[in-house]
Design a protein around this ligand. Structure first.
Ligand SMILES: Nc1ncnc2c1ncn2[C@@H]1O[C@H](COP(=O)(O)OP(=O)(O)OP(=O)(O)O)[C@@H](O)[C@H]1O
Ligand SMILES: [Mg+2]
Length: 229
C-alpha cells in the first residue's frame, strides 16, 4: 500500500470559547490527517465545529490545546505577522458569502493575494489572468462583483484562492448562498481544479447533495469526529 505525503496533521485539537463566564467547547479533541491532493468534505450539523476547524487550519484562530501542522509548519506556536505570512503562502480561502472587494474588478480581486508575494506587476497580472481563465471567467475580467452572478462571484473567489498556488484550499460552505444547480457546478469546478492542479481541498457543508462529490468525508458532531451515520 502506498501512502501519500500528508499536508495537514491535526492532533488532539480542542477549541474553547468563553461567553460571559461560561465556557463553550467548539472542538473537543479532533485528530485528522489529510494527504496532499485530497478532496475532503467536513460535514455536520450547525454548531458542530466545522467553521472553527477550518479557521484553525487557516491560521485565523489558534487552538486551545493540541497541534495543527500545515505543510510542515506548526501553526499553534505562531502568532501575528508570522501566522499571517504562513496563511498568505500556504492557504487559499473560499467563503460562503464570496467576500470579494466591491470596488475592484474580477481580475483585481484575483490579483489581490499576490500583492504580498515578491512578484513583478507583470507576473502578478499574468498569474491572475491564468487563474481567472481556469475558472472560465477571463472574459469577465473587467466586471465588478456587482456585475456578476452569484455563481460567477464564487468562481472569482475560487480563482483568488488558487492564484497563489497554495498547499491547501479551505472552503467554508462554499455553496450555501447558491441555488442547488449552481452549487453543484461550483463543487465540480473545485473538484476539477483539485484534479488538474493537485491542490488539496477541504470544504465544509451541511448540504447532502454536494457531499457526493467528496473523495473522503469526515463527520463532525458536537466538536468531535464521529463515524459516518
Ligand atoms: N467566537 C465565538 N465565541 C463563542 N462561541 C463560538 C464562537 N465561534 C463559534 N462558537 C461556538 O462554537 C460552536 C461551533 O461553531 P462553528 O461556527 O464552528 O459551527 P459550524 O459547524 O460551522 O456551524 P454552521 O453550520 O452553523 O456554520 C458553536 O456552539 C458556536 O456557538
Ligand atoms: Mg460554519
Amino acid at each position: 500500500m502506498t501512502t501519500r505525503e500528508s499536508v495537514l496533521e491535526i492532533v488532539q485539537v480542542t477549541k474553547q470559547y468563553r461567553v460571559g463566564s461560561s465556557p463553550v467547547f467548539a472542538l473537543r479533541g479532533v485528530s485528522l490527517s489529510v494527504s496532499r491532493g485530497e478532496f475532503l468534505a467536513i460535514a455536520g450539523p450547525s454548531g458542530s465545529g466545522k467553521t472553527t476547524l477550518l479557521n484553525l487550519v487557516g491560521g485565523i484562530e489558534q487552538p486551545s490545546s493540541g497541534a495543527v501542522r500545515l505543510n510542515g509548519v506548526e501553526l499553534q506556536h505562531l502568532s501575528g505577522d508570522v501566522l499571517a505570512d504562513v496563511r498568505a503562502r500556504h492557504t487559499g480561502f473560499v467563503f460562503q458569502s464570496f467576500n470579494l472587494l466591491p470596488v475592484l474588478t474580477a481580475l483585481e480581486n484575483v490579483e489581490f493575494p499576490l500583492l504580498t508575494h515578491r512578484l513583478s506587476s507583470e507576473q502578478r497580472r499574468r498569474q491572475a489572468q491564468e487563474a481567472l481563465d481556469r475558472v472560465g471567467l477571463l472574459s469577465h475580467a473587467a466586471h465588478k462583483p456587482m456585475e456578476l452572478s452569484g455563481g460567477q462571484r464564487q468562481r472569482v473567489a475560487i480563482a483568488r484562492a488558487i492564484v497563489t498556488r497554495p498547499a491547501i484550499v479551505l472552503a467554508d460552505e462554499p455553496t450555501a448562498n447558491l441555488d442547488q444547480a449552481t452549487g453543484a457546478q461550483i463543487l465540480q469546478l473545485m473538484r476539477n481544479l483539485n484534479r488538474a492542479l493537485g491542490t488539496t481541498c477541504v470544504f465544509s457543508t451541511h448540504d447532502h447533495n454536494i457531499l457526493r462529490l467528496a473523495e473522503r468525508l469526515v463527520h463532525l458532531s458536537d466538536g468531535v469526529i464521529v463515524d459516518a451515520p
